[in-house]
Design a protein around this ligand. Structure first.
Ligand SMILES: *Cc1c(COP(=O)(O)O)cnc(C)c1O
Length: 334
C-alpha cells in the first residue's frame, strides 16, 4: 500500500518559525483537526508535545480523547459543550449556549465578518449574559478571518471589529479571558505582537497559501506521499493502458503499476489532465481505485512532496490534497 513519510525536522522548523515570531511556544495551539490535516492525529500530537507545545485544537471530542495524554489544554471547534477539565468547547451560536451543559468550559466565537460561525456582534452582550446565567466557564473569545490569505485589506477590517469585541467583553465585566483570532495566514501577515493565541494549522504542516507578494516565513512541507511498485511490463507503441484505454503508448515503453488510487484518497479527476508526480512522471491513463501506472521501474516513487504545487496542478488548495489522504495509509516518521 502507498505510504506517507512525515519529516519531523521540517515540522519542528515550521513550529519554531511561528514560536520565534510570536515570542513563545505558549502562544501556539497546534490545530490537529481532520487527522492533523492528513498527517496522522496521534503521531502529530506526540511530535507537537516533543517540540514543547501544550495546547491543541480539534474538531470534536472523539479527536480530543485520542490526544489528551499529550496536551494540557484542548480547544474543540464543533461539538456540544460538557464538563471536561482538559477541554474547552467553541460556542458557535446562541443555540450552542442553550445546549451546553452547566459548568462546561467554553470559548465564544464571534462573527466579525466571515458569516460562517459565531454569534453576531449585535448579539454579543446577549450571549455573554446567557453564558453567565447558564453557569458556563468562559475561557476565551475568538473569531476567524475570512480573507487572511487573499490580497485584500479585509483582514484589517475584521481585526478592527475584533478589537471592538475585546473592549465590549471587558466592559461587560469578564476579566481573565483569552482572545484569539490568528490562523496561519493571519499570523503570517500580522506582527503577532499582541501575544494572542495562534490557532496554527496549515503553516505548521509547511504551507503558506498567501500570494507571493507577501514576504513571510520560510516553511517546509512535512508530508510526502509514496507508492510501491506492484508489477512492471513492456508496452508496444500503440498499446493502451488502464480503464478506457485512455493512454496510448507513443513509443515502446516500460511501465509499472504502483499501489495508490482514489481508494486511498488520491483524486481520479487527475487523469483528465495527467498529474505529474514529484519526480516528474505523468500518471498514464486513468487512476484506478487502488492503482496508478507510471513509466518507471523504481521500487518506490514519490507521488507528491508539496501539497501546494500538487494542489495547483488540479486547481485545489493544499488543505484538500492533504485531508483527503485516508487515515489507514501508513505514516512513517523520518
Ligand atoms: C481550521 C481552523 C484554523 C486553522 O487554520 P489554518 O488556516 O490551517 O491555519 C484556525 N481556526 C479555526 C476556527 C479553524 O477552523
Amino acid at each position: 500500500m502507498a505510504f506517507i513519510k512525515i519529516n519531523k525536522q521540517n515540522f519542528f522548523h515550521n513550529l519554531n518559525q511561528f514560536a520565534l515570531k510570536s515570542g513563545s511556544k505558549k502562544n501556539i495551539a497546534i490545530v490537529l483537526k481532520d487527522n492533523a490535516y492528513g498527517h496522522g492525529l496521534e503521531l502529530m500530537a506526540q511530535l507537537a508535545q516533543e517540540f514543547g507545545l501544550t495546547q491543541a485544537v480539534v474538531r470534536n471530542h472523539v479527536e480530543a480523547k485520542i490526544i489528551k495524554p499529550y496536551f494540557n489544554q484542548i480547544l474543540i471547534l464543533g461539538d456540544e459543550a460538557f464538563v471536561d477539565k482538559q477541554c474547552s468547547f467553541t460556542l458557535n451560536s446562541l443555540k450552542d449556549i442553550v445546549k451546553a451543559k452547566q459548568g462546561a468550559t467554553v470559548e465564544l466565537k464571534v462573527d466579525t465578518g466571515m458569516h460562517r460561525n459565531g454569534v453576531a456582534m449585535s448579539e454579543l452582550e446577549t450571549a455573554l449574559k446567557h453564558i453567565q446565567e447558564k453557569g458556563l466557564i468562559l475561557k476565551g473569545v475568538m473569531t476567524h478571518n475570512r480573507s487572511a490569505d487573499e490580497l485584500s485589506s479585509e483582514l484589517f477590517w475584521q481585526t478592527k471589529n475584533f478589537n471592538e469585541v475585546k473592549q465590549r467583553v471587558t466592559a461587560f465585566g469578564f476579566t481573565d479571558i483569552r482572545f484569539h483570532a490568528y490562523n496561519s495566514a493571519s499570523a503570517l501577515r500580522l506582527t503577532c505582537s499582541n501575544k494572542d493565541l495562534i490557532r496554527l494549522g496549515i503553516g505548521a504542516y509547511g504551507y503558506n497559501e498567501l500570494p507571493d507578494v507577501y514576504k513571510t516565513l520560510e516553511l517546509k512541507p512535512v508530508l510526502s506521499l509514496w507508492a510501491k511498485k506492484v508489477a512492471t511490463r513492456k508496452l508496444k507503441k500503440g498499446e493502451r493502458v488502464g480503464y478506457g484505454g485512455q493512454f496510448i503508448a507513443p513509443k515502446n515503453m516500460t511501465i509499472s503499476t504502483y499501489d495508490l488510487g482514489y481508494g486511498d484518497g488520491w483524486m481520479r479527476s487527475n487523469s483528465m489532465k495527467p498529474f505529474v508526480t514529484a519526480e516528474g512522471l505523468p500518471m498514464l491513463g486513468r487512476v484506478s481505485m487502488d492503482y496508478i501506472i507510471l513509466e518507471s521501474e523504481k521500487e518506490e516513487v514519490c507521488i507528491m512532496n508539496d501539497a501546494l504545487s500538487a494542489g495547483r496542478q488540479v486547481q485545489t488548495i493544499s488543505y484538500e490534497i492533504l485531508t483527503q489522504l485516508h487515515t489507514d495509509i501508513e505514516r512513517v516518521l523520518i
